[in-house]
Design a protein around this ligand. Structure first.
Ligand SMILES: Cc1ncc(COP(=O)(O)O)c(C=O)c1O
Length: 391
């Protein structure tokens, strides 16, 4: 269908909660997307860190095709082999305890918040609170929005959930002081995504770990965006050696298929009891098979080395383009601030016209989330297009 016609239909029939570009992608393979008019694009956004293995990874496609022909859904009233296998793989690759499967990042965080609050009540905390970092983003459900400092300032959706204390993202002392007897959890994205690609300093993560140990609060890392190999290790926290009690993941977990998870360490695995939490579609066989295939492909150590090397190349290239005042990130999660203090949305539109898909996380920040399989040549091509756009 003609994109103009589709835009009109979208305007008429879809709620207006998204600002969309007038482009429809109809096919994807690896690092490339094709639109409805046959134009090819280099994808440096991957559906916002979802198709990290590239579009239509053959192993993920095969798993979904196979499972779709066998069984799509039975509910959590019954056992499911793929779900148990996914729960095991997730726990074994990270915190070693147990896993709650769900369908999205917001849901994974809701589960983590509920676990932290329940554990706090169990140890006699009367008014459980969660410490969150300035610039953090944890999703769009009411609990997750309430935990996201910028989002919870929008009066349109008030009242928000009570009990979230915000501290600056780079200040270990403030975090330490904010954590007290009433603290149920400390919720941190090890690399903030929507807030503009800000890696959180190890000193802050370490202060959070000590404060959680001191008070009994749960240290929760939201790796919905920075996990699943995005930063050059399977889980973003791993190079720091600072382990959380709960880890949330989604986005790239299903290789393009919707699935999320909240993984717990052994000590935090038994907080939920039957009836405490659930979701109809959670841990369905299709999502679980897709995620098992994606995890297998992402766990390749060669791929992780390549993510680090390509990320460095991308950041070094951006730093060499004079319009950028700061380039941040880790692995292939990269943000670049325009020195002019604005213009990122226009740059994104211009790049789309040139066949490069990117995104802006704010008025002045260009965000790049290329597929983990991106090549040096594709990184160089993206840099060339960006350089061309800003000159
Ligand atoms: C760090 C982080 N947490 C949570 C979410 C919410 O995930 P979802 O949109 O799957 O609910 C996002 C989405 O951008 C995210 O970046």
């Amino acid at each position: 269908m003609d994109p103009r016609e589709l835009e009109e239909l979208d305007e008429r029939w879809s709620m207006h909660n998204y600002r969309r570009f007038g482009v429809e992608f109809v096919e994807g393979s690896g690092t490339r997307l094709i639109d409805s008019e046959g134009r090819e694009y280099l994808d440096f956004l991957t559906g916002i860190a979802v198709c990290s293995l590239g579009h239509c990874h053959p192993d993920v496609v095969a798993a979904i095709e196979d499972q779709a022909g066998r069984l799509m859904h039975t509910s959590n009233l019954f056992l499911s082999g793929p779900a148990v296998e996914l729960a095991r793989r997730l726990a074994e690759s990270s915190l070693g305890g147990a896993t709650f499967l769900c369908n999205s990042g917001a849901e994974a965080n809701e589960a983590a918040i509920k676990i932290a609050r329940k554990a706090a009540h169990t140890r006699g905390v009367s008014n459980p609170r969660i410490v969150v970092l300035e610039g953090g983003f944890h999703g769009r459900t009411m609990g997750a929005v309430s935990a996201s400092p910028k989002m919870s300032q929008d009066p349109s959706f008030a009242p928000y959930l009570e009990g979230f204390d915000v501290v600056p993202r780079g200040d270990a002392d403030s975090l330490d002081h904010a954590v007290g007897e009433q603290t149920a959890g400390i919720l941190i994205e090890p690399v903030q995504g929507e807030g503009g690609i800000h890696p959180i300093a190890d000193s802050v993560l370490s202060a959070a770990r000590s404060a959680a140990d001191r008070t009994g609060a749960a240290l929760i890392f939201d790796e919905v965006q920075c996990g699943m190999g995005r930063t050059g290790s399977l889980w973003g926290y791993q190079p720091s050696g600072i382990e959380p009690d709960l880890l949330t993941t989604a986005k790239a977990l299903g290789g393009g298929f919707p699935v999320g998870a909240c993984i717990a360490s052994r000590s935090w695995s038994s907080v939920f009891e039957p009836g405490d939490h659930g979701s109809t579609f959670a841990g369905g066989p299709m999502a679980s098979r897709a995620a098992l295939a994606a995890l297998e492909a992402t766990s390749d150590p060669g791929l992780m080395d390549s993510v680090s090397a390509r990320g460095e190349r991308l950041r070094a290239g951006l730093a060499g383009i004079p319009v950028f005042s700061e380039v941040r990130g880790r692995g292939l999660m990269v943000g670049a601030d325009l020195a002019s203090g604005g213009g990122a949305p226009d740059l994104v539109t211009d790049l789309l016209g040139k066949g490069l898909i990117t995104n802006a996380t704010g008025p002045a920040t260009l965000r790049l989330l290329p597929p983990l399989i991106v090549t040096d040549q594709e990184v160089d091509r993206a840099l060339e297009l960006i350089s061309d756009s800003v000159s």
